[in-house]
Design a protein around this ligand. Structure first.
Ligand code: SF4
Length: 295
């Protein structure tokens, strides 16, 4: 890989944009939610506060939330591309973004409790590389806060406690149960990324992968698209609302995907993303030149 400085500069800019500004689809969804909540309600007040926070972060070039989250990079690269060099450039960009205040020192040594100065450590940031028949590099970044990460759940069906069998109605019960148990914690309104199948590890990864989809898209599999819409409708009736203070808007979207599974297992993995849904991406040339921004 040539031109490390250009790679580092563009990956730094990706982190900066992700940290300080919401994607347009998320902000529009928050504005739509505001328009359906009653005037004078707590739900409306919470959404107004969130939206003024979004505007202030953008204006002041400051992080949207004090928890700048786990950084999850997903790269699609041409076959044979030097992914080690790409990871090295991304680590330098993360360290610089931390020095300049776009990222909090958010990465903690699990044994000592001490923060890493640069947010670069074993397991941080998270990288996922996939080689494909393409000539450009596609990079997408998620910044996922700890409070919403704590609200994720995984179910193993059948689950008698919620009367969930090994079918789509069972999946629906899991998703609604996850939402009811969350009760607005993890900074609702949230977005649910759901994976049906896989194992305990791949199910969770696949659930998070759903966050790369735009809020206004639909699952390609028709029954999943219908289930996504149904759960959004049903979530409105739970009166959980923003931050759990009541109202219609507990979720901004539900995104469901399916993996294959083993005969003995039927996992439903639910990942929860808060309103600070920081997701950005870019397409770059093999030398690191910016071609276009995504989202
Ligand atoms: S859950 Fe999201 S909005 Fe809430 S503190 Fe964490 S990152 Fe911030």
């Amino acid at each position: 890989m040539k031109n490390h400085a250009q790679w580092e500069a563009n990956l730094f800019e990706l982190i900066r944009r992700t940290s300080v500004d919401l994607p347009a689809d998320v902000e529009s969804s928050l504005r739509r939610a505001l328009s359906v909540e009653k005037k004078g309600s707590r739900a409306r007040w919470v959404l107004e506060t969130i939206l003024s926070n979004v505007e202030a972060a953008r204006k002041n070039d400051a992080p949207l939330c004090q928890d700048t989250g786990s950084l999850i990079f997903r790269f699609h690269v041409p076959v044979g591309f030097d992914t080690n060099a790409l990871a090295a450039a991304a680590r330098l960009a993360v360290a610089r973004a931390t020095r300049l205040g776009y990222l909090r020192q958010n990465t903690i040594d699990s044994l000592t409790g001490e923060p890493y100065q640069t947010n670069v450590a074993y397991g941080a940031p998270v990288f996922c590389f996939e080689q494909c028949a393409r000539s450009t590099v596609d990079v997408r970044l998620l910044m996922k806060g700890g409070g919403c990460e704590n609200m994720g759940r995984q179910y193993s069906l059948p689950d008698e406690a919620i009367a969930a069998g090994r079918d789509l109605d069972g999946v629906r019960r899991c998703i609604l149960d996850a939402l009811v148990q969350t009760q607005g914690n993890g900074c609702a309104p949230g977005i649910l990324g759901v994976s049906i199948g896989g194992d305990r590890c791949t199910g969770c990864e696949h659930a998070k992968e759903q966050f790369l989809r735009k809020l206004d898209d639909r699952a390609r599999i028709r029954v999943l698209a219908r289930l996504e819409q149904r759960i959004v409708r049903e979530a409105r009736t739970l009166d959980i609302g923003p931050m759990g203070l009541g109202g219609q808007t507990a979720v901004l979207g539900v995104k469901i995907g399916a993996l294959s599974r083993l005969p003995a297992s039927f996992f439903v993995s639910v990942s929860y993303m808060c309103w600070a849904f920081r997701r950005r991406g870019a397409v770059l040339s093999p030398s690191g030149g910016m071609k276009r921004w995504l989202y």
